[in-house]
Design a protein around this ligand. Structure first.
Ligand code: ZN
Length: 481
């Protein structure tokens, strides 16, 4: 089969609604690929089918982030029981990129971030039958040629093996597949024929360039090239979509199973994991409204960002309940989607649930539409989990300006005491920072994605309770002052 039936779809990622509709990870990460779709571009591809991550048993989201504008990074990838080899591949990629970023930007002598930021977010492509597929989207402004890059990771439960994107195509069909891809890209605006030949002739650069492939709901295969891989960087991202009838004969047996699970997903995921931990969701309920009068007694508002996380958030809820303490959780949308039950437990226990964006970008670098999308999607996920939309948001890195404020009706919340707990993974140090620095009516910044921060909380509650402090939510503090 040759290329006559191919349907090209070349577009600039981020310029079309495709980004918001199907790629949770790329919201807010398309700032460098701005601009209108080129004239004559194919119609917007139909969005990929979305997966509900809360249905994946034993799922943990591995998050790391800072809250400091001089070292702004946020990374996340999923850890699914049974798919350890794939988790290891994602961890390796994320760890390498993060270590590179931190060594360049976050060292003492580096002079600060100077507009640099690293953001790695995840999106599930398929999670049913014996197939798992995840896309990681990386926005890295830290070096020349950097920008948005995406990679898909695949797990084959039948074989018990991690697969790269090229694993979707059968070995003996790859030459025909490469030739068809080249035909699709040749002659496109911004594509350099010599560079293209070079990319496709060398196996290593071919594997690196062909690292993002996923099926459309109609069974077509979409190949995404990062900016600069096959064309001039200014042209942005290139996509080629092969229709089902063209691509199916070229697929590996695994690729065919992924295609089937994309078109008609099974009801559950079974990767043959030996042991799937049973998550614990606390069931504490608040006893009525909080009648603490912060004009008369000493109040403090503990805030926990970047969660929810399993099992850390559940442990924290149990500690807070023991001291009848209320707190505010600034949750990240992609984690709310994975663990709505924990957000529900937060609300039921009388805590306040706030919005901390979908995937933790510096909002001041985004367009007003992207800010609205980051906050709007997260508020919708919180409302779906708790029945109540949030009224507060905490801007990642504390980065907020008039443009961000104008793009939302949510009220921004910064902090008075920064524990820097993302940097100091030491429960005793975190506890002592709060205990030493806290003053009446302060807002304290912590993160419930770190076990060390959660472990610091009993000491904080015990000591400050003995000093007469009452632990209230941010909205309660604001309302009673
Ligand atoms: Zn944060």
């Amino acid at each position: 089969m040759r290329t006559h039936t191919l349907v090209p779809s070349l577009l600039l990622l981020g310029a079309l609604s495709f980004t918001a509709a199907c790629s949770s990870g790329s919201d807010g990460s398309s700032g460098t690929a701005s601009g209108a779709a080129r004239p004559g571009a194919a119609p917007t591809p139909s969005p990929l089918r979305s997966v509900d991550p809360s249905k994946i048993k034993g799922l943990e989201i591995v998050s790391d982030s800072s809250e400091q504008s001089s070292c702004p990074f946020a990374t996340s990838y999923p850890d699914v029981p049974g798919a350890e080899a794939m988790t290891a591949a994602m961890k390796k990629d994320v760890d390498e990129r993060l270590a590179g970023f931190r060594s360049v930007v976050c060292e003492e002598e580096s002079g600060g971030a100077e507009g640099r930021e690293l953001n790695i977010s995840h999106q599930f492509l398929v999670a049913s039958g014996d197939v798992l597929g995840v896309r990681l989207s990386t926005q890295d402004h830290s070096g020349p040629g950097s920008g948005l890059s995406t990679r898909t990771y695949w797990y084959d439960g039948e074989a018990g093996a991690y697969r790269t994107a090229l694993g979707l195509v059968a070995g003996d069909s790859r030459d025909a597949f490469f030739a068809a891809l080249k035909d699709q890209l040749k002659g496109r605006e911004g594509v350099d024929a010599a560079a293209l030949d070079n990319t496709f002739s060398d196996p290593a650069s071919r594997t690196a360039a062909l690292d993002d492939m996923a099926f459309t709901p109609h069974g077509g295969l979409r190949v995404t090239f990062d900016r600069g891989e096959v064309g001039v960087p200014a042209a942005g991202t290139y996509m080629v979509t092969f229709p089902e009838e063209t691509i199916t004969p070229w697929l590996s047996a695994f690729g065919q199973r992924v295609q089937r699970q994309t078109m008609t997903p099974g009801s559950s995921l079974d990767l043959g994991a030996g042991h799937i931990p049973t998550p614990v969701t606390p069931t504490h309920t608040a006893s009525g409204d909080d009648d603490t009068d912060c004009k008369k007694v000493t109040c403090i508002a503990l805030t926990f960002d970047d969660g929810p996380a399993a099992p850390e958030t559940a442990t924290l809820l149990t500690s807070l309940a023991r001291y009848d303490a209320r707190a505010t959780f600034f949750t990240v949308g992609q984690n709310v989607a994975a663990h709505p039950e924990l957000v529900r437990a937060e609300a039921r226990a009388g805590h306040e649930v706030g919005n901390h964006s979908w995937n933790h970008p510096d909002l001041t670098r985004l367009t007003p539409e992207q800010v609205a999308s980051q906050l709007g999607r997260t508020s919708a996920a919180i409302k779906a989990a708790t029945g109540k939309a949030p009224t507060l948001f905490r801007p990642p890195y504390g980065a907020v300006n008039a443009r961000v404020k104008a793009a939302t009706t949510l009220s921004p919340v910064l902090w008075d005491v920064d524990t820097e707990d993302w940097k100091y993974r030491d429960a005793d140090k975190v506890a002592r920072t709060v205990i030493d620095k806290a003053q009446r009516n302060d807002v304290v910044l912590m993160h419930d994605i770190h076990p060390t921060s959660v472990a610091a909380v009993p000491q904080i509650l015990r000591t400050l309770t003995a000093r007469g402090y009452h632990f209230v939510t941010v909205s309660h503090l604001r309302a009673t002052l």
